[in-house]
Design a protein around this ligand. Sequence first.
Ligand SMILES: COc1nc2nc(N)nc(N)c2nc1C
Length: 308
Amino acid sequence: AEETLKQLRSELDDYGYHYYVLDKPKVPDAEYDRLMKQLLEVEEAFPELKTDDSPSVRIGGPVASAFKKVTHAVPMMSLSNAFSADDLRQFDRRVRQAVGDDISYVCELKFDGLAVSLTYENGLLTRGATRGDGTIGEEITGNLRTVSSIPLRLREPVSIEVRGEAYMPKRSFESLNKAKEEAGEEKFANPRNAAAGSLRQLDPKIAAKRNLAMFAYSIGEVDGKALTTHYEGLQFLNEIGFKVSQEAQECASIEDVIAFTETWTEKRHDLPYEIDGIVIKVNNLAQHETLGFTAKSPRWATAYKFPA
Ligand SMILES: COc1nc2nc(N)nc(N)c2nc1C
């Protein structure tokens, strides 16, 4: 039974990565469901063989009594804001003053969800937490384990902290509110509140039904992996199992960044999830060190906010 479970776990993990992370299903849904059913039956018969990284945790584990408070080793900062092309040019000037003219940027969609921090030890997800006030967050590991695009075990056994945005796709938000309305319950105001509300449930079986997802957007130090640019970091995140925005783009100049923000000011309405802006990051990681942080935000990034 142990070998069977090991085999089923690795098959379901691989199929889950192709389906939820790469959006390129490797097998028909029926095949995935058949294997999941088989896994659940074997775990039912041999509960002592259940593991934390088994895909069966996606349906939700035990109810938590309360959320533990956890401290973020590296504070989760907020982003400074830019509201116009001129604000972006000013950001560019400040960056150049500090690191010179050999720079490039990465533009990423700014997902409108809630920031989460994930800790992996030798590839295994051991802790998931909300941002909280940036220093103290809430431990919501059980809920985050139900999010299909959050890997339970990485494709490489690295020990890292990964940050990203948990969100609820627009379609899921609409059907959830329809169900709320039919049940005479109060509706959520927007997908961000719905995602936050879902992840604050003490019973992970509720979060498991909310069809949440997560885009990873930053990675901590990876021992043994020399990353030079932020863009390489995003590619590495995707390789080891995370959903990363495929719209992320390297931009050689702030004018290209401005063009990117103009494109997405319109195109965002076509996306299956809500974004509230574009995050612009200096690409070279050594320049992040030079630029550092203000009391609240990194100097090597800013968020262009779409006009309301
Ligand atoms: C470096 O810090 C951040 N980076 C981000 N990147 C994207 N794409 N979206 C976000 N919401 C985001 N938020 C923060 C605090």
